[in-house]
Design a protein around this ligand. Sequence first.
Ligand code: ADP
Ligand code: MG
Length: 339
Amino acid sequence: MIEMRDVWFSYGDRDVLKGVNMGLRKGEVAILLGKNGAGKSTLLMHLNGLLKPKKGEIIVDGKKISYDRKSLSQLRRLVGFVFQNPDDQIVAPTVWQDIVFGPENIGARDDEKVKKIMERLGLEGYGGRLCSSLSGGEKKRVAIAGVLAMEPDYIVMDEPTAGVDGIGLKEIAEIVRNLKENGKGVIISTHDLDFAKAIGDRFMILDDGRIIYDDVFVDYSLAERCGIRTWLSEGEVVLVPHDHSIPDTDEFDFIAVMGKSAREKLEKEGIEADITTAGMERAFLRAIGGARVMLVCSRSMIGVVEREAKTYPVRLSFHDGGKRHERHGVHSWSRSGRC
Ligand SMILES: Nc1ncnc2c1ncn2[C@@H]1O[C@H](COP(=O)(O)OP(=O)(O)O)[C@@H](O)[C@H]1O
Ligand SMILES: [Mg+2]
């Protein structure tokens, strides 16, 4: 496990990390989200000793990082770092020379292993190619291969999808899944939420120098508030507890109901719901499609809906006895109702 404990870092006198606490276990893929300039690269560079904290400590497999040359060289065998720009990583003229460079340096070159890694990354037959002649996606794979050739237990990837096309993206996702299956701990900073959701086990948000969120699902609304582009849908789910007045149904595209008391309430009011089974899931799916959906639910279910809402890229607002609150600080009045 890699742990960061109360890590502070500044460039000059500007604090960029202000007490970061986080952990990365083997066999998991952690995603680090944060707007541009939030300090993601700065944080990641602490994990293999590229940067040294001003205060706090980083502990790898129970051992605090030391910053002498020997310790750092050991650390870098344990924690590999894939730079955002492969040109910062690639050191040798040809693909083969570049991939064997690391292992050779530490006297652990194993050509068979390197060949296997190249195969896994779709780089067979690339050995003699000049790195300078490769496309962005190919360079990225060479850079990753160079890191994997060192057989690290942890792999840090800084924005691996930047400048990579759709096919390259799929390939990188596959590589990451493969690393996880092989028990590696992977931490990835990215802006690409689709990619993140496809591979991530855990999602962290770095904001104002601190990890303010760390959970197994993406909290879209919070991410949006932190300036992370989320593609949050135009749609909205308005949550109405069964023991409150029902808002004007004309304002909504769909009415969904969930729970016995909520059903009874609608019946009493003579309102017919459009969605009566799997109310919550369907309400969110319709909202993702851009609709405004009223979800009438039993009061006891509000917590469940609120938690579930975070996993969908939609707005949730709360109608409570004529008043309407914003949830997660997202504006819910911006979209007019059905025409
Ligand atoms: N070498 C540096 N010298 C001075 N400031 C830097 C340096 N690298 C990054 N910064 C600043 O630190 C902040 C965090 O940068 P960075 O860690 O690159 O953020 P992110 O990766 O989230 O975009 C930014 O304001 C950036 O301009
Ligand atoms: Mg960065």
